[in-house]
Design a protein around this ligand. Structure first.
Ligand code: ATP
Length: 308
């Protein structure tokens, strides 16, 4: 029997995480419980768990940001299994990896002694910084929207009424009007590609991004490859239509969308670009910098949906 540890982000999903935990708590009296008290606190909680070297099931109650932090903290500890109770607003993690919602789901994991498959996780390196990504990491338009949303006082105000997403929609429209596409060089393993008029580039470890868009259908965290999607040479309003086609899977046939599979991706830019890792701001890529996306050699014990 594994020991159960619960990590909750009380602000995720505008308090939804806390409500979900209040429902589960009476059934898990033995669980060790930690609350994330500030951004990136879950990274240090997870790092401290790794030091104990005990086989355990870690249940993360939060959104993609909180799962990202716990996974970052459990690097190099395949004896720790991570599952999530989806309680954020986007929840792309739970579209591929396993989520639990009831006590029965949790018991399945606690009681099974079958080894959990090991998953690959991405790494975006821009010297001297290194970012983990479970879902995806990239640069450009979408990262700018994330960055602006996190700066916005309106996001906090509207979140109180569960309307935080309105800020994202507003910013997508604003950036559609004001964003200046740039040139980008992409090296996929040994092949060089140059793009002009680039809106965004995203390197994916799993298929979904942006809260349910299956942008990279061939991405699979069980394999040894990452996939990059570059969107370039498209007018502002066609880009909006393109986002709509992603839900139908038609975007992969458009000339403005180029996709590559590989093991190492080098990105360089002609103008400063804002970046994200799993939808959280990850800093700027400046002309002269090289961002390198690869998979970590280490693996993580995270069941994926198809196994259940
Ligand atoms: N006690 C806290 N107070 C404020 N922010 C916190 C706290 N604990 C964690 N955070 C931060 O909250 C942010 C949002 O968390 P998370 O992404 O899990 O929820 P979400 O934004 O609602 O969901 P999603 O990313 O799926 O849309 C994370 O960046 C995390 O660092």
């Amino acid at each position: 029997m594994k020991s159960v540890t619960v990590i909750i982000n009380p602000v995720a999903g505008n308090g939804r995480a806390l409500k979900k935990w209040q429902n589960l708590q009476p059934s898990l009296p033995e669980a060790t419980v930690y609350y994330s008290e500030y951004p990136r606190h879950a990274v240090s909680i997870a790092k401290n768990l790794v030091k104990e070297k005990i086989a355990r099931l870690v249940i993360v109650i939060g959104g993609d940001g909180t799962v990202h932090e716990v996974i970052e903290g459990t690097k190099g500890a395949p004896w720790i299994e991570v599952v999530a109770v989806s309680a954020g607003s986007g929840n792309d993690f739970g579209r591929t990896f396993t989520t639990v919602d009831s006590l029965e789901d949790i018991q399945d994991f606690v009681e099974t002694s079958a080894p959990v498959k090991q998953m690959r996780i991405g790494r975006m390196h821009t010297s001297p910084k290194e970012m983990v990504f479970i879902n995806n990491s990239g640069y450009g338009f979408d990262a700018k929207v994330v960055y602006e949303a996190n700066q916005s006082i309106w996001k906090k105000r509207l979140n109180r009424f569960g309307l935080g997403k309105v800020v994202y929609y507003g910013l997508v429209v604003r950036e559609l009007v004001t964003y200046q596409p740039t040139s980008l060089q992409l090296k996929v393993d040994d092949e060089n590609h140059t793009f002009h008029d680039v809106w965004f580039v995203v390197v994916c470890n799993q298929a979904y991004f942006g809260g349910g868009m299956k942008i990279s259908p061939h991405s699979n965290p069980e394999d040894d490859f990452l996939e990059a999607t570059v969107v370039s040479g498209i007018s502002r309003w066609k880009l909006l239509v393109l986002f709509g086609t992603v839900f139908l899977g038609w975007h992969t046939k458009l000339a403005a969308v180029k996709q590559f599979s590989g093991t190492r991706f080098e990105l360089t830019t002609s103008a400063p670009l804002i970046g994200h890792a799993d939808g959280e701001y990850s800093g700027q890529l400046l002309p002269g910098d090289v961002a390198v996306a690869t998979l970590y050699q280490e693996t993580w014990a995270m069941p994926i949906q198809s196994e259940r």
